[in-house]
Design a protein around this ligand. Structure first.
Ligand code: PFF
Length: 470
């Protein structure tokens, strides 16, 4: 039964919903690009180590805080670590709010490319179409951008409105298998392309000469984003776990699936890219370049059966993004429900509506309205907080990726490792029995020492050396 706050119907419900949150544009849009930028294999290896040594322990910490307190971000951190920790929860809610406001815009682009590629599937790919121009035209078309992000926001709000089991869990149960099937289809087709061998070598054969030290921090920073950590999302999802469900198994499965999907997506994209002579030189430049400029054309000109696989690929991107936007809105909404006593339906509409006001700003950041596209915070503050970025979208992305997620993640490690007692955390992870070092001590060591030290390095890199992870 959906209780007053709602809860997952089973461990599977949690795993699917949390995996849906984790798998998103981070896997399909950001990870392949940063792997490309950082020279492949060695970066992937470092990323895998970051996921295991920092991502997994924090995933367990967030889920256990949620399970223990049965409250969303603000209330959970207060209950688990002390009244002052409510601020960290609130920081997470704010982060979810901002991230959702611009994430929705990129999600909207996937709808655009789905409809375009569907049209090309039916009527043929227009020869000589300049994909860079198409991208520029669509992203600077204010009315189109508002329409696409509005459509996506409505879909997100509708699911959260229906609640934990009837909305979020049901969507994840339906869409995740579809996403898996599409991905496997694309993978098989990619592996049959001539460039797949080169792609596999690039992704899985480490060459440490290619690796810059800062790439290690970039891998670490991305592990937060991709696992939906550092902003109370997994605390909130953990609060819907019943006391009989295992945090450890769920965490391991979510982390594994997210990593697997990121790697598969990368194999698919790079197989396509390496199959076209000279394409490597054209791909670089920007994250959007790969997903929305290079790939659409390649699907229609190079990939066997690409006219069918192209539209499918953009459905995949849209579904992955939707299960993530749902979780972002849930963080904000559940805070309003728990801390301000609003009914879910009212809270969802209120939060969804307020976030959309900021989505409008992000949607018109790509040339539609010059005041927003050219927005800049001058001076040292603008440089430090927003990396000197221009336009609302880029500023928000910079602030979230470089400041909010790492500081939020750092705070969670301190709360779980240093402020919660050994008994508190042990009870949630191993349910009262005296465990071996591997079943509990290892986690405690990583959450107390390894994870905070690693994240402190990110924060120092951003603060002192101005490194940019967005
Ligand atoms: N994990 C998502 C992705 O990889 O695209 C992004 C995200 C979703 C981050 C939800 C944080 C979050 F709470």
């Amino acid at each position: 039964m959906d209780g007053q706050r709602g809860n997952w119907s089973s461990n599977m419900g949690l795993i699917l919903a949390a995996t849906g949150s984790a798998i998103g544009l981070g896997n399909l849009w950001k990870f392949p690009f940063i792997t490309w930028e950082n020279g492949g294999g060695a970066f992937v290896l470092v990323y895998l180590i970051c996921i295991a040594a920092v991502g997994l322990p924090i995933m367990m910490a967030e889920l256990l805080i949620g399970r223990k307190t049965q409250k969303s971000a603000v209330g959970a951190l207060k209950d688990a670590a002390g009244p002052m920790w409510g601020i960290v929860g609130a920081w997470g809610v704010l982060c979810g709010f901002i991230l959702l406001s611009y994430y929705t815009v990129i999600a909207g682009w996937s709808l655009f490319y789905f409809s375009k590629s569907f049209g090309w599937m039916v009527s043929g790919f227009p020869s000589g179409m300049a994909m860079g121009d198409l991208f520029g035209e669509q992203s600077s078309n204010g009315a189109l951008q508002l329409g696409l992000s509005f459509g996506f926001s409505i879909a997100t709000v509708s699911v959260v409105y229906l609640g934990v089991q009837k909305g979020i869990e049901r969507i994840a149960r339906t869409f995740l298998p579809v996403l898996g099937v599409i991905l496997v289809l694309l993978l098989f087709s990619a592996l049959r392309m001539s460039g797949s061998g080169e792609a596999l070598v690039f992704i899985f054969q480490p060459n440490f000469n290619e690796l810059e030290p800062v790439a290690i921090l970039e891998a670490l920073g991305h592990s937060f984003f991709t696992l939906s950590l550092g902003m109370g999302c997994m605390v909130t999802y953990g609060s819907y776990i019943s006391k009989t469900q295992s945090v450890v198994k769920a965490s391991a499965t979510i982390v594994l699936l997210d990593t697997l999907i990121a790697l598969i997506a990368t194999v698919i994209m790079f197989s396509v890219i390496f199959s076209v002579p000279g394409m490597e030189e054209q791909v670089g430049g920007s994250t959007v370049g790969m997903l929305f400029i290079s790939l659409p054309e390649l699907f229609f000109t190079e990939v066997p059966l690409g006219r069918f696989l192209g539209p499918l690929f953009y459905v995949l991107v849209a579904l992955a993004a939707l299960t993530s936007t749902i979780s972002l809105l849930e963080v904000v909404t559940s805070y309003v429900i728990d801390e301000h006593g609003l009914a879910r339906q009212k809270a969802t509409l209120m939060c969804g509506g307020t976030v959309f006001i900021f989505t409008i700003l992000a949607a018109i950041s790509f040339g539609a309205v010059s005041g927003v596209s050219n927005l800049v915070v001058p001076g040292a503050i603008g440089e430090t907080l927003f990396g000197g970025k221009i336009g609302w979208f880029s500023m928000a992305d910079h602030f979230v990726s470089n400041w909010m997620l790492p500081t939020g993640g750092f705070a969670v490690t301190i709360a779980a490792g240093w402020f919660m007692t050994r008994e508190d955390t042990m009870n949630e992870l191993v349910d009262g029995t005296q465990p071996s070092w591997f079943r509990y001590g290892a986690w405690r060591f990583f959450i107390r020492f390894v994870a905070p030290t690693a994240i402190a390095a990110i924060i120092i890199a951003v603060m002192i050396f101005g490194v940019d992870f967005s």
